[in-house]
Ligand binder design. Structure first.
Ligand SMILES: Cc1cc2nc3c(=O)[nH]c(=O)nc-3n(C[C@H](O)[C@H](O)[C@H](O)COP(=O)(O)O)c2cc1C
Length: 168
């Protein structure tokens, strides 16, 4: 059973869990994919609870999320997604069906196109409200050298958190 919580009730968990990895899942038209993310921010903008995720141009996920109007992020507090997080962070949906390979089940919330990963135990269901391509000339040289030597920049997607689902 999943229960609905307010984002403030899980914010600490979300921030602590990101370094262990989470699954960013997107569906656009008939295409579905999930990939591991380790970075994200949670906060308040436009009087809304906003989750941002960062997706590099090279990801299959980028091709989907740029066309989609929603995304979800699923975490597992008990490490049950650990193997999936490893696989989905190293293999591309261009080469494998990660849902099959990792035995993941997409689960849907009413009227939201992107599913969450049923095997997780904390899910943030988001509607995309803004996208922002990084501008290299505005980035510090340190970060450019550390993360973007190959020019594979991130696009930042801002999701209004519509639902927070937690396994009881
Ligand atoms: C722990 C971890 C965190 C990651 N975080 C991100 C991230 O925040 N953004 C990103 O674009 N890629 C990130 N990646 C890399 C993608 O998950 C990886 O390239 C994946 O294979 C892309 O899949 P896709 O081509 O199916 O979208 C991360 C990988 C790992 C292992």
């Amino acid at each position: 059973m999943l229960k609905d919580l307010h984002i403030a009730e899980v914010s600490e968990k979300v921030i602590n869990q990101f370094p262990k990895g989470a699954l960013l899942t997107v569906k656009s038209k008939d295409k579905l994919n999930t990939m591991t993310i380790g970075w994200g921010t949670l906060g308040r903008v436009w009087n809304k609870s906003i989750l941002t995720v960062m997706v590099r141009f090279s990801r299959l996920t980028y091709d989907l999320i740029r066309e989609a109007d929603s995304f979800t992020v699923s975490f597992s507090m008990d490490d049950s997604l650990k193997q999936a997080i490893n696989i989905c962070g190293t293999k591309s949906g261009r080469d494998v069906d990660k849902f099959k390979e990792c035995s993941l089940t997409p689960a849907y919330v009413d009227e939201i196109e992107s599913p969450y990963i049923a095997e997780g135990d904390l899910h943030l269901i988001c509607k995309t409200v803004y996208k922002n391509t990084m501008e290299p000339e505005l980035l510090s040289e340190d970060l450019k050298d550390r993360w973007y030597k190959d020019n594979d920049y991130h696009v930042i997607f801002y999701g209004e958190v519509l639902k927070v689902l937690v396994k009881e």
